[in-house]
Design a binder for this molecule. Structure first.
Ligand SMILES: [Zn+2]
Length: 308
């Protein structure tokens, strides 16, 4: 792809990437904007998981509010990457594979692998930094958080500039965009807020403001909103799982701090025979809450983290 556009104009390219069985060609619109002054290229992408809509709305607002109009450098936006998932209300592409476990991909691989390959070949070589916007899974509500590789000074600085409520130290996952881009020296943050198939204003606002702070940190804009509070850096996190099946009533507030022994939720059976309290096993922050009221033994209920 070519992103050398006329400066100070929003440029849209519709890239044909796949074909539906009915013959319709699926295009991915990619928008780019370049300032007159030189600077870094920031890549903003949403919808790698097609049902994670908060990110799609964040990029839509970046476009409608003209927030891409940087005074230095270049912005490349993909508002909806996994178009298949977006129209099917699904995280994956139609073959059930996860694009973010398919990097670096291959031209003749599975559909997910072809999408990953396209991104690695056509877009990633042009960028310096990126923010990949995600949400939690079905009914898993993530309190606004950034996943970053804190061993890497550049990635750590980007995360601190974003200044979300939580920064979670996350080693690279195999076959992820973050890892494969990292190998090429491209620093990418993953923003996670809210849950799939839901639009939530707080998640969208924190994402937009964080993105502006990253732009300011990179010297692309002069002003950005100050964060409401300093980010809390989580060094270790784990899931509290359901010890029995039943109805789950979550009590702990997402984003809050709980102390060892505090009741986070209650699992009960529909027949009034038992009630089991889920207690915090240590002092921790609540990073995500499973809002599904009916759970099986082993289901992830609360993602909790500690500061070390
Ligand atoms: Zn995701």
């Amino acid at each position: 792809m070519n992103f050398d556009n006329k400066p100070e104009e929003l440029h849209r390219q519709n890239i044909p990437t796949a074909r539906l069985p009915s013959g319709t060609v699926i295009e991915i619109p990619i928008l780019s904007y370049e300032a007159k002054a030189e600077g870094p290229t920031l890549f903003l992408m949403a919808g790698m998981h097609g049902d994670e809509i908060n990110g799609v709305e964040i990029i839509r607002r970046i476009i409608t509010q003209g927030l891409y109009k940087v005074s230095a450098g270049r912005v490349i936006c993909i508002p909806v990457f996994n178009v298949f998932g977006f129209i099917n209300f699904s995280r994956e592409v139609p073959d059930g594979k996860d694009v973010n476990r398919s990097f670096p991909g291959s031209q003749n691989g599975s559909l997910a692998s072809q999408f990953a390959y396209f991104l690695m070949q056509e877009v990633i070589p042009h960028i310096d930094y990126g923010i990949d916007f995600h949400t939690g899974g079905k009914q898993i509500n993530n309190f606004p958080q950034v996943r970053a590789m804190l061993e890497d000074p550049t990635n750590k600085a980007l995360a601190n500039a974003f200044a979300p409520p939580f920064i979670i130290n996350s080693p690279f996952r195999e076959k992820s965009l973050r890892k494969e881009s990292g190998k090429l020296g491209k620093s990418i943050l993953v923003y996670e807020a809210g849950e799939s198939l839901k639009l939530r204003k707080p998640a969208i606002d924190v994402g937009l403001n964080g993105m502006l702070r990253v732009m300011k940190h990179l010297g692309m804009i002069k002003e950005a909103p100050s964060p409401k509070s300093a980010p809390i850096t989580i060094s270790k996190s784990s899931w509290t799982r359901a010890s029995r099946a039943g109805l789950h009533y979550a009590q702990a507030r997402n984003g809050s701090f709980v102390k060892k022994g505090d009741i986070m939720g209650v699992i009960s059976d529909p027949y009034g025979e038992y009630e089991k309290k889920i207690k915090a096993t240590h002092d921790c922050y609540i990073l995500s809450v499973n809002n599904n009221p009916v759970v099986n033994r082993g289901d992830a209920l609360f993602h909790t983290g500690v500061v070390e």
